[in-house]
Design a binder for this molecule. Structure first.
Ligand code: ZN
Ligand code: FE
Ligand code: FE
Ligand code: FE
Length: 201
């Protein structure tokens, strides 16, 4: 990045800069995913993240192939956006006390990263097509598809289970001193009250 030298002179430079940006980002994600996997207590979440770590390593080599096809050496350039997203993920996780809430936090942070990647690949594919670099489009598309699938997977885990647990609607299995029936009996007045409050407004 050269604020003073203005090293991006053409659309071709801008495209290469974007490729270097996402190459740096993917490498940082490979480094940061193990920390997120460690923090996850939900087994499905941990395995989804482990799976995406393997995919991400493969994405790095697809990008290296893309550089090669363009006759360029693979190189990264600082991506302050991914550095910020990873830093924020660490900071938020460091402040969360409850393990179940931490799972919800990890998913939220991971999805912010997926959305950044989805945005970058979408733009790079459009630029590659416009510049006539059709030979790298399938590589970028393969990465984009994996980011979208990872995002969908995380969505499913959050809405299917993790968010409800994080909210405190625990299952009886996690509170062995209480019976399932008691859990429902205790939930009812709360729900009834919520309805009444809602009606008043
Ligand atoms: Zn630059
Ligand atoms: Fe990626
Ligand atoms: Fe960036
Ligand atoms: Fe990703």
């Amino acid at each position: 990045m050269g604020f003073f030298t203005r090293d991006i002179k053409s659309m071709e430079d801008l495209f290469l800069h974007g490729l270097q940006d996402v190459y740096y980002a993917e490498n940082q994600i490979v480094k940061s995913l193990p920390t997120m996997i460690e923090k996850a207590t939900n087994r499905e979440l941990a395995s989804a993240l482990r799976n995406h770590l393997r995919e991400t390593e493969n994405q790095v080599s697809r990008l290296e192939q893309a550089f090669e096809r363009l006759g360029q050496d693979p190189a990264g350039t600082d991506c302050p956006a991914i550095d910020g997203l990873i830093k924020e993920a660490d900071e938020v996780a460091g402040e969360v006390d409850d393990k179940r809430v931490l799972d919800a936090a990890v998913i939220g942070s991971a999805q912010a990263i997926e959305h950044y990647e989805i945005s970058r690949y979408g733009t790079l594919i459009a630029w590659a097509e416009e510049l006539g670099h059709e030979n790298v489009v399938p590589l970028l598309n393969a990465n984009l598809k994996e980011e979208k699938a990872a995002d969908r997977k995380l969505n499913g885990l959050a809405e299917g289970k993790v968010n409800r647990r994080a909210t405190g609607h625990r299952t009886a299995a996690q509170r062995p001193h209480e019976q399932e029936e008691d859990w429902w009996r205790k939930e009812k007045p709360q729900r009834k009250r919520e309805r009444e409050i809602g009606q008043r407004g």
